[in-house]
Design a protein. Structure first.
Length: 246
């Protein structure tokens, strides 16, 4: 929030979801909702990515997903290292001129009444966009990491889960493996879903180990994926396993 507060383009920051309602638990994501000056809303996404990188805890970020975006705004997800391994931050933004959705939220700061014209904001050194092999492989691995995290949380909430979310990243992950010349790393057996909750956690651990193999190979071929993701997700799975064992 300190980064956002120093940027005049961000006129208000709200916190919604379970943290905004005051009923968050160890599995909860952070859901900040930013109100951005109208003229800055179309170009604010890379700025938010830059601030996420400055936290020092960022593991990876996801693409702007249009179907999650509020009118005139956008959504981008980030995975950070957190107290239980991973913390997912789902960041939404919208122009200040657009009405807020009906929701319960907490106000982090609100300076909409202040003048915006002529205010300065910090210039960021933004990471260059991925090119070549990294760009082609990045989506598959990044989306896989997000979906494994979401699948694990869903399993903790519902032990009878069929792990259906696990299959969303399957095409992208297999395409990334093929692009790396490692199509044989993933087999149909890897995607078999056990019946017992703790066996489902073990299946997720198995898939995480396969994805880690691909990350190591990708980095050896010039990519720059964080090595922090796998140990953080395994810690998160430890928490999920503990919840299911109770």
């Amino acid at each position: 929030m300190t980064f956002w507060l120093g940027d005049a383009r961000i006129r208000a920051a709200l916190l919604w979801g379970s943290f905004g309602r005051g009923n968050a638990d160890d599995l909860s994501d952070l859901d900040p909702w930013l109100l951005v000056a109208d003229d800055a809303a179309p170009s604010i996404e890379p700025v938010l990515r830059g601030y996420a990188e400055q936290t020092g805890s960022l593991i990876c970020g996801a693409e702007n997903i249009p179907q999650y975006a509020p009118p005139g705004g956008g959504y981008v997800g980030f995975l950070h290292e957190g107290r239980h391994g991973l913390l997912q931050v789902d960041c939404y933004w919208q122009p200040v001129s657009v009405a807020l959705p009906e929701a319960e939220y907490a106000v982090l700061f609100d300076r909409q009444a202040e003048s915006y014209a002529g205010q300065e904001y910090p210039e960021l050194t933004l990471a260059e966009e991925a090119q070549g092999l990294q760009a082609e492989v990045e989506h598959g691995l990044r989306f896989t990491w997000f979906m494994f995290s979401i699948t694990a949380k869903s399993l903790a909430r519902d032990p009878a889960s069929d792990l259906g979310l696990m299959f969303y990243p399957k095409p992208g992950l297999e395409a990334a493996a093929a692009r790396l010349g490692q199509a044989g790393v993933l087999t149909p057996e890897d995607w078999a879903v056990p019946e017992q909750p703790l066996e489902k956690v073990a299946r997720l651990r198995h898939l995480v180990s396969k994805t880690e193999q691909l990350r190591v190979i990708a980095n050896a071929q010039g990519c720059t994926f964080s090595s922090a993701y796998t140990p953080c997700l395994l810690r998160y799975l430890d928490m999920v396993e503990g919840i299911l064992s109770e």
